[in-house]
Design a protein. Structure first.
Length: 223
């Protein structure tokens, strides 16, 4: 199989012209991820179709098109455009009823639960001929939509406070319009998002060092 992509946790291989195999390097099961993807797809959220799941392997539709990040960095999308796409995907996703995920996040204050992605950022959105498609569902579960928005804002802020990050200026320009368009009350869950992000074993030491500054940036911007 031809290796066509690698991320922090998985490698992606081509299977012919119309499918890919996404394999987790740690051998962890992809069954729960596949179930969430099929659940949200049945409710109209644009995700790749799942054709098979076995252990750490997911066979998915092969999609073509740049990521939202790539499109923005080459000047095809403005910061407001990118913020609108991200917020729109949050709105669509948070209209979906819970999936029955085995490890949900309990909402605070009696808030309703929905499906949350917990990694929704410009590099996880593919701009296909049929529109934006949300990929990389490993972190997805059921929980409060405001946590999902807080998580996305925190990811953007981590890039915005990193002077060595290529998309630093774009990320900094995205936070305010994204929070405005996404709406809700994400500050209620900023502490939870920060704690979960800090416990992520895939975070580098540099990312962890700047996590507090990123959370403070989100808090200032959201007020």
């Amino acid at each position: 199989m031809e290796l066509i992509g690698s991320g922090r946790t998985a490698d992606v291989y081509a299977i012919g012209d119309d499918r890919v195999l996404r394999r987790y390097r740690d051998g962890g099961s992809a069954v729960a991820e596949a179930a969430v993807m099929e659940h949200v797809r049945a409710h109209g959220v644009p995700v790749p179709a799942v054709h098979d799941v076995t252990g750490p392997d997911l066979v998915l539709d092969r999609l073509t098109g740049p990521t939202l990040l790539q499109a923005a960095l080459r000047g095809d999308r403005t910061a407001d455009d990118v913020a609108g796409v991200l917020a729109g995907l949050h709105h669509r996703l948070h209209a979906v009823p819970p999936s029955g995920h085995p490890r949900p996040v309990a909402p605070a204050d009696g808030a309703a639960a929905t499906v949350i992605h917990l990694d929704l950022h410009p590099d996880n959105v593919l701009l296909t001929a049929s529109g934006p498609v949300l990929i990389d569902w490993r972190n997805a579960t059921d929980g409060p939509g405001d946590l999902d928005v807080a998580y996305s804002a925190l990811i953007l802020a981590q890039v915005a406070v990193d002077p060595g990050a290529g998309p630093q200026a774009l990320a900094a320009a995205l936070i305010e319009p994204f929070l405005t368009m996404a709406g809700g009350a994400p500050l209620r869950y900023l502490e939870t998002a920060t704690a979960r992000r800090g416990a992520d074993p895939m975070m580098s030491a540099t990312e962890l060092d700047r996590l507090g500054a990123a959370a403070a940036l989100v808090a200032r911007t959201a007020r």
